[in-house]
Design a protein around this ligand. Structure first.
Ligand code: CP3
Length: 354
């Protein structure tokens, strides 16, 4: 179909089609590094922001007004649907679960998620954002990877090692699988509802994948993620699986039926692509710390990521993990401009030259 050349660059790159420039968006692009976000937050708690569609849509659109980003991501949190399943949690600022889940009874007590009933504000935010975005800027809907959600549910709060969650996998593997299945099915329903409300790509954040060795990653995290993602395939929206600290896991995710693998900054993208094989686009992977480099140095670091991603179509530029709250927004502006300018020169040269 020739119509595909008119896909927005972000969606074209997800499908490994040629693009006029390498698309870029930034994980946690709506957030505390933006003064306009801090302004909204100064009179609204994070938890109430999430539940207020007008404010959530406003905050989602803030970075798009400042920078010519190629995609928007809904302002929400991976823990939001769990509140809809009856989990009592607060943000301090990381998620804190009042009664961590460590027993069969606690797993059974998780309510089924019916998005229209339990998290209608998320779906309304999506509709508002979609109405406020230009057609060329797709909106990404997202959910937490089942294993990443398990980490917070079992440990109860953010942690470096998530020891209680990892020991739970070994001490109660059957219960862990049951919890993961429940979460996987709920996230599939949740993401499907986001797509129906207007999200044009769906991303699963497996932020704590790197805590696991390949066999446990396969048995617990990947099996559950596959359950979620397989259930979404018929929608037709690109699926993105972000595997933080996944250097040891690329062969495991190579067999997953998704369009895009999100990669942290530790592995060069050309090596990642060799390990994933030709059927996947990659998203990443500048170190968020690189935004603190002098402008000339930042260009060099970003150029290296562009070069490593440029071997074949299907690179979406991003950071390797979320942007830090003390980042200078001007550095983001320079990064976005540089990625566009440098990659469109290359696309132009390629079209004229060969
Ligand atoms: O712009 C965007 O990317 C959309 C918004 C977004 C948030 N959380 C808002 C948020 C997204 C995509 C998330 C996902 C999320 N939440 C993940 C996966 C991505 C990743 O970073 O690995 C995880 C692990 C969480 C859990 C979570 N929520 C943590 C660890 C924290 C505290 C960390 C921090 O940044 O302070 C939160 C709170 C949170 N989620 C904030 C924001 C903007 C900070 C709240 C505030 O304004 O005080």
């Amino acid at each position: 179909m020739t119509g595909s050349v008119h896909l927005p660059p972000f969606l074209a790159a997800c499908r490994r089609q040629p693009v006029p420039h390498t698309p870029i968006w930034i994980m946690r692009q709506a957030g505390r590094y933006l003064p306009e976000y801090r302004q909204v937050r100064s009179h609204a708690e994070f938890a109430s922001l999430l539940r207020n569609p007008e404010l959530a849509a406003e905050v989602t659109l803030q970075p798009l007004r400042r920078f010519p980003l190629d995609a928007a991501i809904l302002f929400s949190d991976i823990m939001t649907p769990l509140q809809g399943m009856g989990v009592d949690l607060s943000f301090e600022p990381g998620p804190v679960v009042r009664d961590p889940i460590r027993s069969d009874a606690a797993i059974d007590a998780l309510a089924q998620l019916i998005p229209e009933r339990d998290v209608p504000f998320v779906l309304e935010s999506i509709r508002l954002v979609r109405a406020g975005l230009p057609a060329a800027v797709p909106l990404i809907g997202f959910a937490g990877g089942p294993f990443t959600l398990l980490c917070y549910l079992v440990c109860g709060r953010p942690s470096k090692e998530f020891g209680a969650a990892r020991s739970f996998l070994y001490s109660s593997p059957g219960a862990a699988e049951r919890l993961l299945d429940r979460l996987a099915d709920a996230m599939a329903v949740y993401l499907r509802a986001q797509a129906a409300a207007g999200a044009q790509a769906l991303m699963l954040f497996e932020s704590w994948a790197g805590l696991l060795a390949p066999p446990e990653f396969e048995r617990f995290a990947l099996r559950a993620a596959r359950r979620t993602l397989t259930a979404l395939r018929d929608i037709g929206a690109p699926l993105i699986y972000y595997v933080n600290q996944g250097s040891a896991l690329m062969e495991c995710v190579a067999g997953l039926d998704v369009d895009v693998i999100g990669v942290d900054w530790r592995s060069p993208l050309d090596a990642v692509r060799r390990r994933l094989g030709p059927g996947k686009a990659v998203q990443g992977n500048l170190d968020p710390a690189a935004l603190f480099a002098a402008p000339e140095d930042l260009r060099q670091h970003a150029g290296r990521v562009l070069d490593a991603g440029a071997g074949s179509p299907g690179h979406i530029f991003n950071l390797g993990h979320g942007i830090w709250p003390d980042t200078d927004p001007d550095a983001v502006a320079r990064l976005v401009d540089y990625v566009h300018e440098r990659s469109s020169r290359r696309a132009g040269a390629g079209a004229a030259g060969t």
